[in-house]
Structures are given as structure tokens and as C-alpha cells.
Design a protein around this ligand. Sequence first.
Ligand SMILES: [Zn+2]
Length: 294
Amino acid sequence: MPDRVSSLYAPSAGIAAVGAVVPDLVGVIRDRHDLSPLATAAVGRLVAGAVLFGASLKGKERISIQIAADGPIEGLFADAWLLDENTVGARGYARNPHVDLPLNARGKFDVAGAVGSGSLQITKTYEAGKPYMGIVALHSGEIAEDLAAYLVRSEQIPSAVALGVLANPEGVIAAGGILAEVLPGADERAVLELERRAQSLRPVTQLMSEGADSDGLVRALAGDLELREHRRLAVRFACLCSREKVEAALVGLGVDDLRQMARENDTTQASCEYCKRDYTFNADELLALGKSVS
Ligand SMILES: [Zn+2]
């Protein structure tokens, strides 16, 4: 079953919901960044959240989510954008990919303990014009609750978010989530209906383990409500890096550092922090970059 994100809505109840099932995406990120099981859970939740938000993107828009916090994972990042009109690309990383803590009191990954306290920032960039940026204090550090709190506080949209990742030292077993919102113009009954359905929703990891796909997650929330399809997109790992961008970052080091690197090494490797791809530069190339700034 390929990774997918589905947007559906229930006009009669005034509720819209997005479901994402992304075990392959999270598995690729885990492998590239050598994430511990706990870091896999944290990054997996955040990137699933970026994909859920990304389901409504158009054209060259991009959504990025950054957590800056004081816990041992040292911060997290994920973003999503459209690769084409049918596909969402996404990536993510943790500053400390090897973070490890005992399971929490409920026997789950202690994501809140790894994240700590700090802030959650969401930036949406458009094809043209200034990006939109919202920032809120972290609510719990469990990520799903933080994203729901962001939507309520920063965008005044009553929402429910559930995210889940099942991972072990061998890999990712399940990953995905649901984002449900009250439709614009819906009344208080829709808010209560959404709360009631979100509270009775079974854990998304359980639903995915039983075979739920992205539509199935939404249906589990919607129950007997009649659903209409809005959009369904494939999801896959992608990165926006290029040799030109790495060159620009090297130029930013300054001519002295570039000359020193060229003297000390036959070849220098610079790796992309988002995807871990290595870009190799020989001494002549570094000196040429140095010339371009001097
Ligand atoms: Zn990259």
C-alpha cells in the first residue's frame, strides 16, 4: 500500500478531515538519518503532521514545521510541498537523531520527554508574496496536541489532531495520522460533534495496524457521517537540495575557510542536513568558489 493522504468532508456535520498513512516516508527518513526508535516516533509524528497540513497546498506553496525546545532531541523540523499535482513530497529530521529515553508511564515512546518545552513554528510560503508565519508555545510536546493547539490559538480553527508511529530497532511498522477541522461557517454543533468523535477515536496506530489506509482513518473518525471526497494525493520522501545550494552554503563560510579546506583535503564532503546526501568538492572547486567571493 503506497503512502497516501486523503482529504474528505462531511457537509452535513460541518467537519473536514484529512488522513495520512506514511510508513514508507518515515522509514526512508529513519534510514537516512539513522534515527533511534524514539527519534523515529518524534520525527515521524512531525512529518505526518506536515503531510496532513500539506494536503491543502496549491502550486509552489510549502508548509514547514519547526520545533525549538530544550529536550534531549534538541529540536525537530519537517516540511511538505507538492512535487506535482498528484504527489506530496516531504522530509524531516531531528537535531539529535540518536535520542533514547525509557518508555513513558503508559508504555509509549516518551516523545514529550525527548522534545521538552519550547515553541512550535509553522511557516507557509506561497508562490509569490511574503510567507505566513505562526508561532505558539508547545502545549505538551507530544506533537499532535501541539499542532491542534496551534490551529486553535494561531488560526482560530477548532481542530483535532491524532498522530502515531510504531517503530522498533528493525524499522517502521506504521506511521500516519488524522487532522479534523470544523468547516468555515459551521456552527457550535459542528465543534461539539468534532470533539465527540475525536474523543471516541481509537488510537491511529491501532487502526493502521488493522489495515486502515488514509481514507480508512478518516472513516474511523467520521463513523456514519456521509463523506465527500475532496482530494487524494500520493506521498513520498523528497528533498529540495542541489549542488548549487550547497555551493552557496560553502561560499557563506568565507574565502579563508574555503582556502584552508582546499589545502587540508584532496576532497571535501558536504552533506545536506535534510536528506544526508553527500556532495563532494575537490580542492580546485573549493578554490574556484573562494575566488567567486574574493
Ligand atoms: Zn537534501
